[in-house]
Design a protein around this ligand. Structure first.
Ligand code: PMP
Length: 419
């Protein structure tokens, strides 16, 4: 692990620490599936910034788009006032590829801001106040998104949050009855990411869609992690043929630059234009450089058929990880879709040790926020077959080492202490 001083000391002292156990790699360069650190190590990145770098790090097409746009103009005016070519072109392209008739895009800077906008939109469009979300869901850390995040330990220190949010168990058809005519919007991840890569049963999302239609609540699908080919389809909702009223995107949307968005139908989105006008604006949302990067990245995803590639490599990786589990032990389940995989180990210490040993073996994997048993695997969708093989060799070595190491794990040891 790269912890060269004094930069690591400065990082610990001056960059706000969000845990006692940062991974602490000192990055000097990243390209494709690789992250290079100050101590001369090369790490195979099986996390991709948590589903951000779907086209790999610093894809040449994305870098070129950033450079070209930076030479034209950077920020020109707050959102929605000027006609900015990269913003308009990207919105139009997203409208073409989005499911159903979600043809209007509102760009933000991040996923949590996109969810804030989506929740406000549901309230304003329906004139209702109540929101429904799911246990184990994650939607971001600003007040509104945190209010619908299904893990009490993260909400409690910041209460009071939004009133009138009901949490239902994920993937439970019976619970959907609780969604009634008083509900403005229902927010859900099609596959829970931070909840431990939980894929719902096939009838869950279609039933949720039907229930929202029956009661007139907007269905908000948070595809911040699952979007842009990650799960084997361009958007995960395509696995179930479900079209949401609002689609929320971020992470891979910007091709490595900060960008979020929520998309909906014109008759819904027009409510942000009136009573009062300018009721939802942002200074930097839809930054021209970020939109140029995102459009270039989407082009790569489509031209190189990366969703299909994710599906193919994902089933291979899943099968190999299952085999590894059978041979070495310590694995309870491998689950997910495409290259959005969770490896559930048999206990939390083993999971922490596995992540630690993976780093020692030169492969970056992570955990999920709501589950201390699940290792998250989300490599770039551009991963080559050789890199997949190398990754598996490293993961095998990491599991072997983790199984024979009985020392208390150093990494992440405090992470879930209070969770
Ligand atoms: N929704 C989901 C499903 C996420 O995974 C995340 C980030 N992990 C967010 C929203 C928040 O996105 P951001 O960190 O860009 O605010």
């Amino acid at each position: 692990m790269s912890k060269s001083r004094p930069r690591f000391e400065l990082f610990r002292r001056h960059v706000c620490q969000t845990s006692d156990a940062p991974l602490g790699l000192e990055v000097v360069r990243a390209a494709g599936s690789w992250v290079y650190t100050a101590d001369g190590q090369a790490y195979l990145d099986f996390l991709a910034g948590i589903c951000v770098n779907n086209v790999g790090h610093a894809h040449p097409a994305v870098v070129a788009a950033v450079q070209a746009q930076a030479e034209k103009y950077l920020h020109a005016m707050v959102y929605g006032e000027y006609v900015l070519e990269p913003q308009v072109e990207y919105a139009a392209r997203l409208a073409e590829v989005a499911p159903g008739d979600l043809s209007v895009v509102y760009f933000t800077n991040s996923g949590t801001e996109a969810n804030e906008g989506a929740l406000k939109l549901a309230k304003k469009y329906t004139g209702r106040r109540r929101l429904v979300a799911f246990e184990g869901g994650y939607h971001g850390d600003t007040h509104g998104s945190l209010s619908v995040t299904g893990r009490e330990v993260y909400r409690r220190p910041f209460e009071p949050l939004l009133p009138e949010v009901a949490f239902l168990p994920f993937d439970c058809l019976k619970a959907l009855k609780a969604i009634d005519e008083t509900v403005a919007g229902v927010i859900v991840e099609p596959i829970q990411g931070e909840g431990g890569i939980r894929v719902p049963s096939d009838d869950f999302l279609p039933a949720l869609r039907r229930r929202c239609d029956q009661v007139g609540a907007l269905l908000i699908l948070d595809e911040v992690q699952t979007g842009f080919g990650r799960t084997g389809k361009l958007f995960a909702c395509e696995h179930w043929g479900v079209v949401p009223d609002v689609l929320v995107l971020a992470k891979a949307l910007g091709g490595g630059m900060p960008l979020g968005a929520f998309l909906s139908r014109p008759e819904i989105m027009c409510t942000l234009r009136e009573d009062p006008p300018l009721s939802h604006v942002t200074t930097f949302g839809g930054h021209p450089v970020c939109c140029a990067a995102g459009l270039a990245s989407l082009q790569v995803i489509l031209e190189e058929s990366l969703p299909a590639r994710a599906a193919k490599l994902g089933s291979l990786l899943q099968a190999e990880l299952e085999k590894m589990g059978r041979e070495l032990g310590g694995v309870r389940e491998v689950r997910g879709k495409g290259l959005h995989l969770g490896l559930e180990l048999t206990h939390a210490d083993l999971t922490a040790r596995f992540v630690q040993h993976a780093l020692k073996q030169g492969i970056i994997v992570g955990w999920t926020l709501h589950s201390d048993m699940v290792v998250r695997l989300a490599p770039p969708l551009t991963l080559t077959e050789e890199e997949l093989e190398q990754g598996l060799t490293r993961l095998r070595a990491a599991l072997t080492a983790a199984l024979s190491d009985h020392a208390p794990p150093k990494l992440l040891q405090n992470f879930f202490k209070n969770a």
